[in-house]
Design a protein around this ligand. Sequence first.
Ligand code: ZN
Length: 400
Amino acid sequence: MRIDTQSQEDQTTTPSTAKQWNLAKLLVAELCELGVQDVRTTEHCMVYATIPATVPNPDGIPTIGFIAHVDTSPAVSGADVHPIVHHNYRGGDIVLPKDPSQVITVAQHPLLAGLIGDDIITTDGTTLLGSDDKAGVATIMTMVDVLLKNPRIAHGRIAIGFTADEEIGTGIDTFDVQQFGADFAYTVDGGELGEISDETWSARLATVTFGGKSAHPGTAKGVMVNSMYALAWYLTQMPRDMLPETTEDRVGFVHPYAGVADVQESSVKILLRDFEVSGLESKERLLRALAATAVERFPGVSVRVDVKENYRNMKEVLQHHPQLTENAFEAARRAGIEPFLKPIRGGTDGSKLTFRGLPCPNIYTGGHEFHKKLEFNSRRGLEKTTETLVHLAQIFAERP
Ligand SMILES: [Zn+2]
């Protein structure tokens, strides 16, 4: 079954696109069919459900939530997806047949060597696969099926959540933590098998606005102040070694990503990203200092710098709940996967939930190359993720 659930930026409603309902409604129907109690939806396309505990004394055991998002990235079309299963992968580059310029290469993906013998799932090269995050949705649904068919598996209460509009960062604002009813949760929205994340960016958005004075160009001498020159100079002052295109791993950046320019007023929006609040503070100081210098260099120009917080590094909270990461590691090992920690150079639904009282690390789905036509996953990726979730449910019942 193929369901286009692409979300869209700059909409006034949640969900941003009505088609996300097509998957949400199907999930509701399937959950009910599986016999899950208590399936609920909200007007904003959130789906909540609860699986009762199988242990005799569930009150001493935390309720664990599993969350995945139904929408796919606005970056690449998710309509009319043609998934291709490359059975029993033999190694080598994978050329996507409908667009031979799209190649998953061994050079860029050394981990392909570990997928030999696996069944790799790609698109035909013309769309997104949508494994982000339908792999999360699928593995959670399979976990539900496994738990309900095997009541001898000991676990506490389990909460299931499917969210809309994760990719545009707004859906989660309508998520009702109270109604969801979990003590802790995991977003199942990560990449490579083994990858577990308890850390995201701390993120701010700066809007820097230069003011000038417009005049009729025929009579502008001594009157006109063109704010565009101040903006142009300002942009050239961004440190080369502090940009998304020059940084990786734990190094933060500033990223001017959109702007408007005219004589009267020119402004730019700049993302500030760092894992440490101190790093974020120093980037904000730098942007403000450069703005002040611009005003000195361009007489008559004024400047305003507005900075707001987007989200914070969930590690600030998760460091007080180390068992969440430890249990995820243990679950991975029981599934035969070597776990590792990877900080997310972005935010997740979990980063916001964590600060709203639902501590929420992120775990893998087996997917790669999110938000691209090269996106892929594998049969083993999905199976091992499902196994991990089933183990995780049990581990919390063993070590409350
Ligand atoms: Zn995702």
